[in-house]
Design a protein around this ligand. Structure first.
Ligand code: HEC
Ligand code: HEC
Ligand code: HEC
Ligand code: HEC
Ligand code: HEC
Ligand code: HEC
Ligand code: HEC
Ligand code: HEC
Ligand code: HEC
Length: 414
């Protein structure tokens, strides 16, 4: 509507402004507006398509404060602490009736990475410098764990920063004191460096997420990790990350964003060749109606809950199985139930209305193939034609201007 009003306005100008008497000049001006509009639209279309390329974020590099060195001179050395604390069954009764077990195993600590690096007990237990200790300021064992875990930040500020922005820290702040802190996952006196511990990572999480762990253990990914120690399948933190442990509750955008997690591995030819798994799954998904709407939705309102289908809506997240597995949500006999979650009216032939992960070819999906081919020729043809039109116009415009200038020059000369 507004653009029409605009044109009318222009027409009135052209017809009423007889004073100038140069309608050719105005028509030229109008054409220029049209050209600029077309160019503008083309740029928008181009930008729109460019947007669809999954862009990788550049990691932010930051300088961190140097890690504190092991302290050589402390008021009370480790041996002195251990003199009391290796006493077997040393127990501190707490006001809520719990008992805090105070015995520390010296060999275990000596073997830990902090022990080996020569760190002193008091570098984590910064509030304790001697005996008697300051008065106990916690009421439950859990409160003590949460307090103590804060000491890790002194030397691991980077991990701490990510952790603090993560979902466990958020749930903790919201009052869920059973949410994970550093020492729940890593331990305290027995921390060692990580080797190939992807299997142990799943165990870390199992302590508190045992139901999910059990489901995961039976999935195609979990079974390969836990039974075959396959290190190419995702463990919990490949999908949820090490320290932010992102999940859908605190971050609605996680649900939509999960397609990128799957795509990371499932578009990797070298990796998927080992298992003879199709790597077109992401592209074919993006090309179908589900993927196309998700891609648009991801740009416009990623943090809104949505009914748009992402990979996990068909495959599951923790219970992903091979499409040949009788329990798979995408094996032919179960597929209709999967579709019906969102298409309740779907009948037995419904899945056939969809291309699955196949790239349309001339034999199997003749119509889709031909329509695609048409667009492949039609769209570039149209854009190319429009560009050519603009170029020839600009060229003519420059030529016309030259003519006007030279004509004007002739007029001025007496
Ligand atoms: C003389 C024996 C003795 C020595 C030495 C000692 N502790 Fe203790 N520690 C205790 C006793 C007893 C408790 C029980 C609580 C209390 O009485 O303060 C305790 C409690 C603790 C606790 C439990 C929580 C708290 O804040 O009270 C920690 C942690 C601790 N000691 C660490 C250390 C460290 C680190 C050292 C060395 C710098 C050390 N202790 C040296 C006897 C000792
Ligand atoms: C890397 C940091 C770190 C170092 C080094 C360290 N501790 Fe701890 N300590 C912790 C954490 C964290 C906890 C709380 C563990 C929990 O959540 O129960 C803890 C707990 C304790 C407790 C309470 C009982 C328990 O195990 O929960 C005692 C006693 C203690 N430490 C003594 C020592 C002594 C003695 C040393 C030196 C030999 C030492 N710590 C070295 C981090 C450390
Ligand atoms: C929910 C479990 C969990 C919590 C909570 C957690 N971590 Fe980790 N952390 C991990 C996992 C998993 C790894 C990576 C293990 C691997 O690479 O095999 C890791 C790795 C690390 C590493 C090795 C370097 C690195 O970044 O990969 C350090 C240091 C570390 N964590 C410190 C911390 C500190 C400090 C905290 C608390 C602020 C913390 N972690 C909280 C699970 C956790
Ligand atoms: C006084 C400094 C200091 C404190 C406090 C401290 N660490 Fe460390 N930590 C180190 C150093 C130094 C290393 C070995 C070098 C490295 O890998 O960063 C290390 C290594 C680690 C590793 C193994 C990293 C790897 O590369 O495999 C983990 C996990 C870890 N620390 C967790 C913790 C946790 C959890 C706490 C708190 C309970 C904690 N640290 C407290 C200094 C510290
Ligand atoms: C000490 C217990 C504990 C440990 C260990 C633990 N978690 Fe959690 N986690 C929680 C609690 C409590 C919540 C909040 C309630 C819930 O969603 O279950 C939570 C929530 C989550 C969420 C959901 C957040 C959301 O927005 O929905 C994810 C994802 C998660 N944890 C992943 C992990 C992973 C991965 C590990 C292992 C590396 C792990 N957790 C280890 C206790 C733990
Ligand atoms: C292949 C990727 C993948 C792996 C591996 C994975 N998760 Fe998840 N997880 C997801 C996705 C995606 C969601 C979100 C589901 C949704 O949005 O409905 C999720 C959701 C969660 C939640 C939120 C609560 C829920 O049930 O939806 C928790 C907690 C969680 N995962 C923990 C874990 C733990 C613990 C492990 C390891 C035993 C694990 N995840 C392994 C992808 C994964
Ligand atoms: C860390 C890499 C990685 C991530 C992330 C990942 N996968 Fe996988 N996936 C694999 C590997 C490797 C296999 C092969 C396992 C095997 O057959 O032993 C596999 C197997 C599968 C299979 C079974 C294929 C078949 O024909 O047997 C499906 C389906 C699948 N993944 C879907 C997903 C989905 C959906 C996601 C995202 C939620 C995802 N994967 C995330 C690596 C990954
Ligand atoms: C609308 C439901 C649906 C969605 C959405 C979906 N898939 Fe599938 N997927 C299937 C079905 C059905 C199969 C079984 C093979 C087939 O029919 O193409 C399958 C097969 C697979 C396979 C096995 C391929 C092989 O060669 O064995 C992988 C891997 C896979 N999908 C990953 C994904 C990923 C990654 C996404 C998201 C980018 C995704 N799927 C989205 C339904 C879906
Ligand atoms: C998580 C919900 C969800 C699941 C599961 C799902 N779809 Fe859809 N599907 C949608 C939505 C929403 C639309 C509308 C277009 C859009 O916004 O993506 C749609 C659109 C379609 C269309 C386009 C025609 C129409 O009805 O609008 C077909 C065909 C289709 N889906 C087939 C399937 C098949 C086959 C399955 C099972 C393999 C399936 N869908 C599973 C949500 C889902």
């Amino acid at each position: 509507m507004t653009s029409f009003a605009h044109l009318q306005h222009f027409n009135i100008n052209i017809t009423s402004n007889k004073m100038i008497g140069n309608s050719k000049f105005l028509a030229l001006k109008f054409n220029r507006l049209l050209i600029i509009s077309i160019a503008f639209i083309l740029v928008i279309i181009l930008l729109f398509f460019l947007q669809f390329n999954p862009s990788s974020a550049t990691p932010i590099l930051q300088t961190l404060p140097p890690t504190p060195e092991p302290m050589l001179a402390v008021e009370m050395g480790d041996d002195e602490c251990l003199e009391c604390h290796q006493t077997p069954d040393m127990i501190l009764p707490l006001s809520n009736g719990e008992q805090l077990y105070l015995t520390v195993n010296p060999d275990q600590y000596a073997f830990s990475i902090h022990g080996r690096e020569g760190y002193a007990c008091v570098q984590c237990h910064t509030d304790i410098t001697g005996f008697p200790h300051p008065e106990v300021d916690f009421e439950t064992a859990r409160e003590f764990s949460i307090q103590m875990a804060e000491s890790c930040a002194n030397c691991h500020p980077q991990e701490n920063e990510i952790y603090l922005e993560g979902d466990h820290a958020k749930t903790l702040q919201e009052g869920e004191e059973n949410s994970a802190v550093c020492s729940d996952c890593h331990g305290s006196h027995q921390i060692t460096e990580f080797g190939n511990t992807r299997y142990q990572v799943a165990k870390m999480c199992q302590q508190c997420h045992s139901e999910i762990y059990d489901v995961y253990r039976d999935s195609v990914h979990g079974a390969a990790l836990i039974e075959e120690y396959d290190s190419f399948v995702p463990t919990c933190v490949d999908c949820h990350s090490n320290h932010s442990n992102a999940g859908p509750e605190e971050r609605p955008e996680f649900h939509l964003g999960s397609i990128r997690i799957c795509a990371d591995c499932h578009t990797d030819d070298d990796l998927m060749n080992i298992y003879d798994i199709n790597t077109d799954v992401f592209d074919t998904y993006l090309a179908d109606f589900h993927g196309t709407t998700v891609a648009i939705f991801e740009r416009t309102s990623p943090d809104q809950p949505t009914n748009k289908a992402v990979c996990i809506d068909c495959h599951g997240a923790h219970d992903i199985r091979s499409p040949d597995d009788v329990q798979s949500s995408v094996i032919k006999q179960n597929l209709i139930t999967t579709c019906q979650r969102c298409h309740p009216e779907a009948t037995i032939n419904f899945p056939d209305s969809w291309l699955h992960h196949y790239t349309p070819d001339i034999e199997q999906n003749r119509i889709v193939f031909l329509v695609n081919l048409f667009y492949k020729i039609f769209v570039p043809g149209m854009v190319g034609g429009a560009l050519l039109f603009i170029l020839t116009y600009v060229w003519r415009d420059i030529k016309d201007k030259r003519n006007i200038v030279s004509v004007g020059g002739e007029n001025e000369s007496p």
